[in-house]
Write a protein of this length. Structure first.
Length: 275
């Protein structure tokens, strides 16, 4: 971990600071790259969902199921993008997508195992809730640490072991961001079409039909922010466990070297005859 090259200060942060930083990360540092990735990844996913919705005669449950499945891949792409932006000034969108595609089989199996564990946990009181929280950093384990699908399950649980509260806040905050994105897009875009353009409700509404193109836009638009917030929470944990100790060690070594070199430098300057 090249701490000196990080474009964000690596220090322990509270959950509220992490989400605040995620908003600023997306709005400033990551905006150009995220817009390119949105055109390459998010737009085709949105069009595919619309196409499937037309083929299924307006069945929103099937459309949402496809959207959630595609959302798994989308989050992986933006997780890699957020990690590249931390240390690289200008990461390439194509390289990020190729990396995500290479890790897609491992990620797909890991998410499938995660889904099965969630389903199994449903038979136990609040079992699914604990599975959901324990696997908060599953994407990071697969995509950033290159763990296999089953090893990633264990690694994700290990990352949460000493920070269950922070992982819980990350999970619930991420879910709230998705809901906020869906509802906000429905209200803003729906009002724009209905009241400003005076076109009525040609695509239906989320409240009456269970879905709408506006809600789908809001869903996909929220995923980069969700992936970024989760990645920054992961980095916070790694900073506390690994990087923070490394940085302190580097600082102590630098201080020791500075102290050791001070007498020699002062003696050399005081003796003009020294070679």
């Amino acid at each position: 971990m090249n701490l000196e090259g990080a474009r964000v200060v690596l220090r322990p942060r509270t959950p509220s600071e992490i989400f605040d930083l995620a908003f600023r990360y997306c709005a400033a540092l990551a905006l150009p790259l995220y817009l390119r990735l949105a055109a390459i990844v998010l737009l085709p996913c949105l069009l595919l969902c619309g196409y499937v919705h037309v083929l299924t005669d307006g069945e929103w449950p099937l459309t949402w199921a496809l959207a959630f499945a595609l959302g798994g891949f989308v989050q992986g792409v933006f997780t890699i993008a957020a990690s590249r932006l931390l240390f690289e000034p200008k990461p390439r969108a194509l390289g990020i997508i190729l990396t995500a595609l290479r890790r897609l089989p491992a990620l797909s199996v890991a998410l499938l195992v995660h889904s099965l564990l969630l389903a199994a946990g449903a038979f136990v009181l609040v079992g699914s809730f604990f599975v959901w929280v324990w696997h908060t950093y599953l994407y990071e384990a697969v995509l950033l640490e290159n763990q296999g699908p089953f090893a990633a399950i264990g690694r994700a649980s290990a990352l949460v072991k000493h920070k269950f509260g922070a992982a819980l806040v990350t999970c619930t905050g991420s879910a709230a961001l998705v809901v906020l994105g869906v509802v906000s897009a429905e209200l803003l875009l729906g009002s724009l079409v209905d009241w400003v353009l005076q076109l009525g409700q040609p695509f239906g509404t989320l409240w009456d039909d269970g879905g709408s193109p506006y809600a789908l836009i809001g869903f996909f638009a929220s995923l980069p922010l969700v992936a970024t917030a989760r990645f920054l929470s992961y980095i916070d944990g790694r900073t506390r466990q690994d990087g923070w100790d490394i940085q302190l060690r580097f600082m102590s070594i630098a201080a020791a070297d500075s102290t050791a070199s001070s007498p020699s430098s002062s003696s050399s300057t005081s003796d003009p005859e020294a070679p």
